[in-house]
Design a protein around this ligand. Sequence first.
Ligand SMILES: Nc1ncnc2c1ncn2[C@@H]1O[C@H](COP(=O)(O)OP(=O)(O)OP(=O)(O)O)[C@@H](O)[C@H]1O
Length: 293
Amino acid sequence: MIALRAQGLGKKYKSKWALTHCTLDIPAGHVTGLVGPNGAGKSTLLNLASGMLEPTTGRIEVCGGVPGSGPAQLAKVGYVAQNTPVYAGLTVEEHLRLGAHLNPGWDDALARKRVERIGLDPRQAAGKLSGGQRAQLALTLGIAKRPELLLLDEPVAALDPLARRDFLKDLMESVAEHGLSVLMSSHLVADLERVCDHLVVLVASQVRLEGDVEHLLATHHRLTGPRRDLETLPSDQHVVSAEHTDRQTTVVVRTDGPILDPAWSVTGLNLEDLVLEYMSNPTASRPALEVLR
Ligand SMILES: Nc1ncnc2c1ncn2[C@@H]1O[C@H](COP(=O)(O)OP(=O)(O)OP(=O)(O)O)[C@@H](O)[C@H]1O
């Protein structure tokens, strides 16, 4: 099952492309991390998925429908945008009542349990909450809506470490119990490493890497050995990055096969290493990445 499918998706703001040639299948029932440098196009992709923006080129389908195409589609998708929008003049309680009124699948017990646990005063106006409390309220509304797909744009940036851990736990529970799909942008790769099983790396408006996290980690290796010409590597080893000193070569390769050459000392990469490799080597070739799918 596919939660989000993009084919040749692109978005141009006036003369500037914010997203180009985006072709992706994001699986349902998983947490997908969306990472990339500032300005890479992450919020643009999330806005296209929610229906807040219209594509300039290509197509995007979310939970089997066109984003923003009507009430049934809106009910399927939850979106907590980067600035965690809430209505400043409404109280916390009024937000919960509005959530119940607007969303057919609203889980009131969950919303109230979260509000109590977080320690929000139901009578307080949302405009008087701290930035982190506002984010907590917006995230509560997003989860309690019980959407099929929850889109989160840097959801935990404003939360303290404990609140962050609790929120990610709630998210994982919703995925396990309700089959929720999540697409979540974040710069906090350590958090993503804990909760994501699928990854999309966007760099300079383009998808540089996409795939199942375990598979990506199993197929990337850092090789260190005597200096050598990269042309001599086996053809199934695609170079992601390379560094040479006078005597030594360190190269990160992607391959489905084993590393057989005894001259190499081989180490694995963690998710943060992997993301940084692709972010700092924006020319890592796209055609080779298709192999990963
Ligand atoms: N409304 C807009 N009008 C013009 N350009 C825009 C607009 N919104 C975004 N952009 C540009 O599109 C590009 C992608 O922006 P986007 O907000 O999608 O990036 P991002 O990956 O979410 O960045 P960040 O990590 O900083 O939140 C950037 O170059 C940005 O300047």
